[in-house]
Design a protein around this ligand. Sequence first.
Ligand code: E4P
Length: 219
Amino acid sequence: MKMYIDSAVVSEVKEAAAWGIISGVTTNPSLAARAGQDYKSVLTEISALVSGPISAEVVGTTRGEMEKEGRELAKIADNIIVKIPMTSEGLAATAKLNNEGIDINMTLVFTLNQALLATASGASYVSPFLGRLDDIGNDGLGSLAEMVQGLGNYDLDVQVIAASIRGPRHASEAALIGADIATIPFKVLKQMMHHPLTDKGIASFLADWESLQAKLNKG
Ligand code: E4P
């Protein structure tokens, strides 16, 4: 499973990219608002930091607005993917932009049916939101599993991005289910690399090494 960072904070993307684990980035208007900077400038900086796909989301609600915005966003860099929400207008805009050679990540996808429609309209990526389904008492991972299985029954040119990841368990379960990609917040990426036995092991290796040096220096 490839891992993307779900962030519009340039310093977070930079740090995660330096770990060598990031294959792409997803952003959205809420993440942009949290970052508090001009969206276009953020996307320009991020697309220079990570060579993989960078999802940039439209805010228009009609197909005409989405298409116009999508074309503008796609001009920012070669690796920009336009993120479009799952509505009938979004489907129409996806079909149009896909015909123009612009790759689309269809976002706010919660069911296999929505994923099938997104794929049929020409989306290259579909983003099921795990955490938001869990938040309303539904089964985010169950829904992801349905999408991976349902789309996987056919030879489709689409990748499933497990999104709205709330913790490390969501990421590992997404890998077990077979999601192509998981887009993961910075905080969760950091949680994923830690284990108390790793920390304990490093501390005991260092202590043993120091006691060996002390012994050698005495002799
Ligand atoms: C995906 O591309 C979205 O940016 C993101 O995962 C949404 O997650 P949230 O539910 O934590 O806002």
